[in-house]
Design a binder for this molecule. Structure first.
Ligand SMILES: *[C@@H]1O[C@H](CO)[C@@H](O)[C@H](O)[C@H]1NC(C)=O
Ligand SMILES: *[C@@H]1O[C@H](CO)[C@@H](O)[C@H](O)[C@H]1NC(C)=O
Ligand SMILES: *[C@@H]1O[C@H](CO)[C@@H](O)[C@H](O)[C@H]1NC(C)=O
Ligand SMILES: *[C@@H]1O[C@H](CO)[C@@H](O)[C@H](O)[C@H]1NC(C)=O
Length: 389
């Protein structure tokens, strides 16, 4: 049961080339050196969780992780997530989850994201299946703050460089990159519990709470923010799996639920406007808004061209008619045990498990966004510390 419900946790030379390309698009001669971020601090949900919720509750089972780590790695994916590709691109190690007490290394940052996290706190009186108790305010005002002070204390108490090598240096917090990818679960919870009108009415508060978390981190010294908007939630195969005879217009021409995508776009428009306002409120901050929606929808709407199969197909798990065995789960079918295993070639699938993107899709999206072509302002992630090119 837990397994089923945890599936629902949504919710050098390259750099020179980038500088040259970017400089060429703006005014020539204004190329700036890369920011050389010493660390990444990430906040979010399963789209960027690298082991948090898996360490706290039940480990994410095989075949998750098999296509890169060769074992479950605490990620809701067959391999790497967009945040992993960001870390690789910046020459930094993959982020250890703050909540993972085993084998973690925080020298170059920490990951506060957990699968199922929402921006707003959900119902406090019941533990809802699939919803993480670590909402964004917990990740920022409780976990991050505690991480900062306790690692600082520990660093000062440490007597050798060996004791210090897994800890961040105090002066590096202000030069780090702060990344966000969250909001998808506020929408999915809204679709379950609220009417469309109620959810729309709630959007300004949801967006404002995200802005509150950014402001909190700024007050703690953070200066560079890389903020992903939310993807086309109505295109997730899980959203349409149980829909048999959709009324005309309910699905768009790529099989996505139009009303859900419209809600995601409205969230994104409000987030973009709120980030603009944050630039005034937080004058020393550099804030980059990244259009993940456009990148993902661009892939889903043109899978053939990009070497992927039907975006509605799910690589891992068994889904035939009424039979739904989720990735990594087992079920008795006609007296024999059936395992929800991986497809033969995950690199051709957009969706890994019906809720989460495959490593191949994550890599495709990361390639698109890293150079700043989906960013406002159009900053490559290597240069996100600058407000202008
Ligand atoms: C939380 O869940 C409980 C139990 O289902 C319900 O009675 C209560 O109304 C819910 N509260 C909110 C704020 O949704
Ligand atoms: C560092 O050395 C001091 C004095 O020997 C000792 O009290 C302290 O516990 C040591 N710190 C750590 C983290 O081992
Ligand atoms: C189970 O058996 C029934 C009756 O023989 C058959 O119609 C059905 O397709 C079988 N289910 C699977 C998943 O093989
Ligand atoms: C960014 O990368 C994508 C994917 O490789 C490419 O199509 C695009 O032209 C690049 N944009 C810039 C501004 O370099």
């Amino acid at each position: 049961m837990m397994n089923n419900s945890r599936l629902m946790f949504i919710i050098g030379s390259n750099i020179l080339m980038l500088v040259a390309t970017v400089g060429g698009r703006g005014q020539p001669g204004q190329a700036k050196p890369a920011c050389n971020f010493p660390a990444i601090y990430n906040f979010g949900d399963s789209n960027s969780d690298t082991g948090g919720i898996s360490a706290v509750f039940l480990p994410i089972p095989t075949p998750y992780g098999n296509n890169f780590f060769k074992r479950p790695s605490g990620r809701d994916c067959d391999g790497r997530l967009i945040i992993d590709f960001i870390a690789e691109h910046l020459g930094l190690p993959y982020l250890s989850a703050y909540l993972n007490s085993i084998g973690s290394n925080y020298r170059h940052g920490a990951n506060f994201a957990t699968g199922g996290s929402t921006i707003r706190r959900q119902n406090e009186t019941i533990f809802e299946a699939g919803i993480s108790p670590f909402s964004l305010d917990v990740q920022t005002t409780m976990h991050f703050d505690q991480f900062r002070w306790r690692t600082h204390d520990l660093f000062n108490q440490a007597n050798s460089s060996m004791e210090r090598e897994k800890l961040p240096m105090a002066d590096e917090f202000s030069r780090a990159l702060y990344t966000f990818d969250i909001g998808q679960n506020d929408l999915s919870a809204g679709f379950r519990k609220l009417s469309n009108e109620q959810l729309k009415t709630a959007l300004p508060d949801i967006v404002n709470q995200l802005a509150g978390s950014v402001t909190h981190l700024y007050q703690q010294g953070a200066r560079t923010f890389w903020i992903h908007n939310t993807g086309p939630i109505g295109c997730l195969p899980v959203a349409t799996l149980y829909i048999r005879n959709p009324s005309p217009g309910y699905l768009d021409k790529f099989g996505c639920i139009s009303s859900q995508n419209e809600m995601a776009m409205e969230f994104n428009n409000q987030l973009k406007a709120r980030v603009d306002k944050l630039r005034i409120e937080l004058p020393e901050a550099s804030l980059v808004y990244v259009d993940i929606y456009a990148a993902k929808y661009g892939l889903i709407s043109n899978t053939n061209k990009h070497g992927f199969t039907d975006p509605k197909k799910i690589c891992c798990g068994r889904h035939d008619g009424d039979l739904n065995i989720w990735c990594g789960n087992k079920a008795m079918v006609n007296g024999s045990e059936v395992f929800g295993g991986s497809c033969a070639d995950p690199s051709t699938y957009v969706s890994w498990d019906g809720v989460h993107y495959s490593q191949a899709a994550n890599q495709w999206v990361a390639n698109l966004i890293l150079n700043g072509s989906y960013s406002d302002p159009p900053m490559p992630v290597t240069h996100a510390c600058y407000k202008h090119l």
